[in-house]
Unconditional design. Structure first.
Length: 615
């Protein structure tokens, strides 16, 4: 029997009144919520609000401001550009150039949205040959900062200055000035506190600026670029037009001398031309920050070009290593669209397959002509069919039943005292060393079958946990070098090194400045052993540039030190050394995995072995 809602409440008038009131309130609430979502009619935004919205796309961080201002200076035919930064760019960014300059009328007009001298009609959009063309840079910057522009043309007797703040011109007049243009940006994001709170530390923001300036130096070696941070010279390119000179300034002499020239085939009928340098496999890096692509001298990010280059390096580099590349790609302006990204950091090629093939072919040709065949063959032989499906990866949950404990020993290799583990806490069984395979894997026998232990990853885990004890207040043993090692670092790394000295010192490093961007390493952590000190320092600083927080960076730092100091694949070990390594591995807290999360061992059980033999 179905009873209506009204009938139910007939005998209970109070409940009925309450229900009707509740339904009315619910309906009114819904009505007002809908109305609040659309409280006003459609209208045109105020210019100040529109500029702030545009600034959100153009001005992501201080480095975005530097990019826009330097691009304007380059378009003005400048040959000498000076960038001054304070407070990571949030307090002050000043860009001084010796370009054409502007007239008094142009100096005021450039603060209006879509005011540009680069294009005149929509036909110009399909053949853009300048870095800037939208006319949004200065209005967007002025909407979120105080901007002072001083400019003078060569033929003018006096210069013109304009001050804009919050998107409006607040002051203007004549002023004496040198030829060219000076733009000063102060108190960036002062009127957008929500954006300001997302800015990183001053050293991190300056690292982005430094990396950007170095890319401009590689794209325009004929322009002298000077970067000054907090009143100190941080970087200066030569400006002699030689790309190799720019490479030396950006990456140092050692890396520059290990670079190989790359170019497109002169006999090719394609309109695409490729030039630049690529690094030998020996100068690979742990991230892709050293892959620099310039399309018509515009620095871009391109997954297509990155994939083309890394495929050309296969199998010379493993999956966690990336090459150093500086490549200029010249394309007809009508065959590339540069107006596909708000920050102009991406482009779209008309014939992307052709560009991909030409880049890959050019890189492979350079490597084939300059890298010995023995390296190619030895690396190619590493690609063997995997038998991982036959093996059970030992994970952190693995445990063994109670077994007789082995007498505590001291591991000679690293001076680490090995304590016997309680049976309940044991994550790997007691293993008996049988031998070594391919000078890479230790073959061991356990209670439940055979174990293959990766000697490099196992030693990584041991050294990593040794370094972790530094957090408890103990200082890592330091090893003095017979001769100090000289290390040249990139500009963006130099500023960050100063903020990391204390952590590096606690881990056992002794580093001191020795020139503009050169440092002397006098001592290293004992765990590094015979590792290449310069490579270790370079990789550590790469991680500092790519930091995601102090804690994460320190973990990655210790993992890198452990990796550099660990026994390498291909290194022959004695039976005693293999036994001591397994003892040290047993004493760690997470023996089944290395610091990077990869397994240290795989297990082939007794049952699996018997099954393979048909028993």
């Amino acid at each position: 029997m179905i009873t209506s809602q009204r009938g139910i409440f007939q005998g209970f008038p109070e409940i009925g009144r309450f229900h009707r009131s509740y339904s009315k309130i619910k309906a009114l609430t819904k009505h007002w919520l809908v109305k609040m979502r659309y409280p006003k009619p459609i209208k045109i935004l105020e210019p100040v609000v529109a500029n702030k919205i545009a600034a959100g796309e153009v001005v992501e961080r201080p480095a975005s401001v530097v990019k826009e201002l330097v691009e304007n200076a380059i378009d003005a035919a400048s040959t000498d550009i000076r960038i001054e930064v304070r407070g990571g760019g949030l307090q002050l960014i000043r860009v001084v150039d010796n370009g054409w300059g502007m007239s008094a009328e142009e100096a005021e007009l450039c603060f209006q949205r879509h005011a540009t001298s680069k294009i005149e009609s929509d036909d110009d959009l399909i053949r853009i040959e300048t870095l800037g063309f939208r006319g949004e840079a200065l209005p967007s910057i002025a909407a979120v900062a105080r901007v002072t522009l001083v400019t003078r043309r060569p033929d003018d007797a006096a210069g013109m200055f304009v001050v804009a703040e919050g998107g409006r011109i607040v002051e203007k007049g004549k002023r004496g000035s040198p030829e060219g243009t000076t733009v000063s940006v102060q108190n960036l994001f002062w009127n957008i506190p929500a954006r300001l709170k997302y800015m990183r530390a001053a050293s991190t923001e300056f690292g982005h600026i430094s990396h950007l300036v170095s890319q401009f130096a590689l794209a325009y070696p004929e322009i002298r670029l000077t970067l000054v941070n907090e009143g100190r010279l941080s970087f200066q390119s030569v400006g002699d037009g030689d790309l190799f000179s720019a490479l030396v300034k950006v990456y140092g002499v050692t890396t520059a001398e290990a670079m190989l020239p790359v170019g497109s085939d002169d006999e090719s009928a394609s309109s695409v031309r490729i030039s630049g340098f690529i690094g030998r496999p020996s100068v690979s890096r742990s991230n892709r920050n050293y892959l620099s692509f310039f399309v018509n001298r515009r620095w871009i990010q391109s997954r297509t070009l990155t994939f083309a280059v890394e495929e050309a390096y296969h199998p010379l580099l493993t999956g966690d290593r990336h090459p150093v590349v500086v490549m200029e790609i010249e394309v007809l302006p009508g065959e590339v669209d540069v107006n596909v990204h708000p920050a102009k950091s991406e482009v779209r090629f008309l014939r992307d397959r052709e560009v991909f093939a030409l880049v890959q072919k050019a890189v492979r040709r350079a490597l084939t002509e300059n890298v010995s065949m023995s390296v190619l063959v030895s690396n190619a032989s590493l690609s063997v069919p995997s038998v991982q499906h036959r093996l059970e990866v030992v994970d952190e949950k693995y445990s063994m039943p109670a077994l007789p404990e082995r007498e505590a020993q001291s591991a000679r290799g690293e001076g680490l005292e090995v304590q016997p583990l309680p049976p309940a806490d044991r994550q790997v069984p007691i293993l008996r060393v049988i031998g070594q395979m391919a000078n890479t894997f230790i073959i061991a026998e356990g209670q439940s079958g055979m174990y293959l232990v990766d000697q490099h990853r196992a030693h990584e885990r041991v050294l990593f946990e040794r370094l972790q004890r530094v957090r408890s207040g103990t200082r890592e043993d330091s090893q003095l070098l017979l001769e100090p090692v000289t290390v040249e670092i990139a500009p963006q790394q130099a500023e960050l090194l100063a903020t990391r000295i204390e952590v590096l010192s606690q881990l056992g490093f002794a580093i001191e400045p020795f020139g503009e961007r050169t440092y002397l390493v006098r001592a290293v952590p004992a765990v590094l052993g015979q590792a290449n000190v310069a490579d270790a320092i370079t990789e550590i600083l790469e991680q500092a540039v790519d930091e995601r927080g102090n804690g994460d960076w320190r973990e990655r730092l210790m993992a890198t030190l452990a990796c550099k100091g660990a026994i390498k694949a291909g290194q022959a070990l004695t039976s005693i050394e293999m036994r001591e390594l397994l003892l040290q591995l047993e004493a760690t807290t997470i023996p089944p995995t290395c610091p990077h999360g990869s397994p240290t061992m795989v297990h082939l059980s007794q049952a699996q072995l018997e099954k393979q033999f048909g028993r």
